[in-house]
Design a protein around this ligand. Structure first.
Ligand code: SPV
Ligand code: MG
Length: 431
């Protein structure tokens, strides 16, 4: 009897899936592949149902002989193992970003004379509605909060991009680039104190109060589903920090990062050009412990940010603090530098990883921006935050338009550089 392979990324099974399963069964003995959580998360959205459970769903469909996990978007590994006579797929990948995956399937199958069979893809409105409803679930606080931890487990390295309002949140949520038949998108959203303050025309000195910062979180949460990492500045007084932890956790934020500075906090990119005081290890550990005690779930992460390199106190001080903060309960640490040369971060990572292989390390490579994510992962980093690039892209563009209109006494000259509002509106979802 001929053998057939059909791979699914879905976490719900509807009539359209059953129909294609039935057609595949007519060709021979059917093996269903379940795409790994990591591959699904990168390719469309975070799966609501993990691969282990999706496997069980398919195992219980009559006529499915067996279910295997497909680890990557590429079919090569699975196909070379199963050597099926047929691979079945919808015809929606004949063109578009999945085409390289399709081409590879045809090439791999040709080694043993296997064939690709494509059925018309059904883009039924009711199935689209199901997907929309599932996306809405992902936005709910209880679904969203734990997703950063799960992404860290799944991917090892996650990326976060800055957003400072609903619109930039939508850009971070929806930006996708296609590469090698797959898709790349940001894993999480960074709520920067610098950009949140700047958007309000205020300095980054903990002047924008928590109520206002939470308002920004809420604006972003309303229109996105990705996990949120909140820049908690110094965390303020320990007595206040515990309330911040509770509020963020309840809102569905996944991680708060607090930095070991005290007194009037200035942005780290100023380094030693301004007076900045580092908190004592003991006092900051107390703050971490209090935060950990205040939270209600293990899903919510508290990250301790070490300012030793920014303040030129050296690697030893940074390492000593990392050790102490982890011992006090920090779920992750962030090490920061404002040097262009990444060497001091490399040195820290090597030394820290030699003694701690588990605690996630967060980086904000604004100054040391030459290193690619793949190398950071190899060196032991787990979160890469692009902390302010969207704001820095926007300001020169809007200033240029403002100047052009003034200089030309009309808007015609700058119009070619502006996005038509029709296109901007397309970014905004309608219920
Ligand atoms: C922020 O984005 O507000 C940060 C990162 O804290 S940095 O500006 O590099 O200090
Ligand atoms: Mg900040």
């Amino acid at each position: 009897m001929p053998t057939v392979y059909l791979c699914f990324s879905t976490d719900i099974i509807h009539g359209g899936h059953i129909a294609i399963i039935r057609r595949a069964q007519e060709l021979g003995e059917l093996t269903v592949g379940v795409l790994s959580d990591e591959a699904v998360a990168g390719y469309k959205r975070f799966p609501l149902v993990p691969a282990s459970e999706r496997r069980i769903m398919f195992e219980n469909i009559a006529g499915v002989s067996r279910v295997v996990e497909q680890r990557t978007l590429s079919y090569r590994e699975v196909l070379e193992e199963l050597k099926p006579d047929f691979v079945v797929h919808g015809d929606n990948w004949v063109n578009g970003f999945q085409k390289p995956i399709r081409d590879e399937v045809i090439e791999v199958l040709s080694a043993w004379g296997g064939k690709l069979v494509e059925f018309p893809y059904s883009a039924d409105e009711k199935y689209k509605e199901l997907d929309r409803r599932q996306r809405a679930e992902l936005a709910m606080p209880d679904f969203r909060r734990g997703r950063l931890r799960r992404l860290l487990e799944m991917k090892g390295l996650v990326t976060a991009m800055e957003a400072h309002d609903g619109l930039t949140g939508l850009v971070v949520e929806n930006t996708v680039v296609h590469e090698n038949g797959g898709a790349r998108q940001y894993d999480a959203i960074w709520l920067s104190s610098l950009c949140d303050s700047t958007a309000k025309g205020k300095p980054d000195i903990e002047l924008v109060d928590m109520t206002s910062r939470f308002r920004t979180v809420d604006d972003i949460m309303e229109v996105t589903t990705k996990p949120i990492i909140f820049d908690g500045d110094t965390g303020g007084l320990t007595e206040h920090f515990v309330y911040t932890v509770r509020s963020l956790e309840r809102m569905g934020v996944s991680m708060v990062i607090i930095e070991d500075k005290t007194g009037l906090k200035k942005n780290s990119l100023f380094g030693t050009e301004v007076v900045q005081t580092q908190d004592s290890v003991e006092h900051f550990c107390e703050k971490i412990r209090a935060g950990c005690q205040a939270r209600r779930t293990r899903e919510f992460m508290i990250c301790a940010r070490i300012e030793s390199l920014i303040l030129e106190r050296g690697q030893e001080d940074a390492l000593l603090r990392a050790r102490a903060f982890v011992k006090a309960g920090a779920d992750a640490i962030m090490i920061h530098s404002r040097k262009k040369d990444p060497q001091e971060i490399f040195d820290f990572l090597a030394a820290f990883r030699a003694e701690d292989s588990a605690t996630p390390v967060v980086l904000v490579p604004t100054s040391f921006n030459s290193v690619k994510e793949e190398e950071w992962k190899e060196r032991g980093a787990n979160v890469v935050i692009y902390a302010n690039q969207l704001m820095r892209a926007a300001v020169p563009a809007i200033r240029k338009a403002a100047e052009s209109i003034l200089a030309n006494h009309r808007a015609e000259e700058c119009d070619a550089e502006l996005m038509p509002f029709k296109e901007i509106i397309r970014l905004i979802p309608e219920e």
